[in-house]
Ligand binder design. Structure first.
Ligand SMILES: NC(=O)c1ccc[n+]([C@@H]2O[C@H](COP(=O)([O-])OP(=O)(O)OC[C@H]3O[C@@H](n4cnc5c(N)ncnc54)[C@H](O)[C@@H]3O)[C@@H](O)[C@H]2O)c1
Length: 325
């Protein structure tokens, strides 16, 4: 199974390591403007360096990972789908809702396998929480989420909205997707956002009501320093609560007694590619390419996460905090 990569930076290397451990998968080709980065992958995996997706396709590559910067995703994905290539696309799928919807239309039309890199869905801590909810053990009534960043300085383009789409696309999106994954679609939001430290909306406080009546709050700040946990989700049930610290630890508490024992799992020592969910998302993509399963994170999931981001920016820019979906 010949797979190509468009962009061979940090996250591409994570996926490549995973794929190189799956039997029958060949990291066959790359498109990468930077010679040093390209040569490293050519040497390590014996991949061929290409100039176009068309050439990749005619050499028998069946799928590409789009692991280039955010603002390039849409055009590359469009071209890949038009070529009939299957696609794994890193988050954010696009940096505008309009483009996201256009991609959805195209994917459905061309019937390619298309998976979005919302890796948190496969992270051990979130799988634990999802299983508690799906088994009926934990019925969520309300929640609290925070998704922070220590700074918007490294790499330097990370504060450039032209480049990333904005802080919500770059960082917060991960847990917008998780919020939908765990609690369903959003019905209403009350969105407050402001530019505090950077020339981008870097502080957000959002009250959310889901279509099934679950309510929650969502906070996201881009200038918190890197104090752990910068990513945390708390779910409140009927005298039950689940919560995580990053991708490292997850907790589950049951009952109304102060002295109750809290169940916990500690994944600190687990390989990063596994505990952050990257390994499983890649295995699932390969299975989807083989036709064994449907892609677990669909183009529609990509659209819905971006819809939340889009609604937040529209709310602050129009100064109309209330949003009804
Ligand atoms: N799911 C996650 O947890 C996660 C983590 C990190 C990054 N990402 C996403 O992955 C993407 C890449 O991030 P990264 O951290 O690997 O960035 P990076 O800067 O390390 O790598 C990007 C690579 O793309 C190359 N590139 C630039 N323009 C290109 C183009 N037009 N065509 C082909 N290649 C091009 C660059 O030379 C570079 O090698 C971003 O969209 C980012 O949001 C996702």
């Amino acid at each position: 199974m010949k797979i190509g990569f468009v962009g061979t930076g940090f996250i591409a290397k994570v996926h490549m390591e995973n794929l190189s451990e799956i039997e029958g998968v060949d990291i066959a080709g790359i498109i990468e403007p930077d010679d040093r980065r390209a040569n490293e992958i050519v040497e390590k995996y014996g991949a061929k360096r290409y100039k176009s997706l068309k050439d990749m396709k005619s050499d028998g590559i069946i799928a590409v990972y789009i692991t280039s910067p955010n603002r390039t995703h849409f055009e590359i994905a469009k071209e890949a789908i038009e070529e009939g290539l299957n696609v794994f696309i890193e988050k954010p799928m696009t940096i505008s809702l309009k483009d996201a919807k256009e991609l959805e239309k195209l994917v459905l039309e061309k019937k390619v396998v298309f998976q979005v890199g919302h890796n948190r869905r496969f992270a051990y801590v979130y799988k634990f929480i999802k299983e508690k909810i799906d088994s009926g053990d934990l019925k969520p009534y309300s929640f609290q989420i925070k998704m922070n960043r220590g700074e918007l300085q490294v790499p330097p383009w990370v504060s450039n909205r032209e480049f990333t789409g904005g802080f919500l696309f770059e960082t917060t999106l991960h847990l917008f997707d998780m919020m939908r994954y765990l609690f369903g679609d959003v019905d209403e939001m009350y969105v407050l956002g402001k530019k505090s430290v950077y020339d981008d909306y870097d502080d957000w406080a959002i009250a959310v009501k889901m279509k099934n009546g679950i309510i929650g709050t969502f906070v996201s700040s881009a200038h918190t320093s890197w104090m752990i946990p910068f990513e945390r989700l708390e779910v409140y049930g009927d005298h039950k609560m689940a919560a995580n610290d990053e991708m490292e630890k997850v907790y589950y508490s049951v009952g109304n007694k102060l002295e109750a024992v809290v169940e916990s799992k500690d994944y600190t020592k687990v390989n990063f590619r596994k505990k952050w969910g990257y390994e499983e998302e890649d295995m699932m993509f390969v299975k989807a390419l083989k036709g064994e399963i449907d892609p677990p994170v669909t183009v529609h999931d990509g659209v819905k996460a971006i819809e939340i981001v889009d609604a937040c920016y529209k709310a602050v820019e129009s100064k109309k905090a209330y949003v009804k979906f």
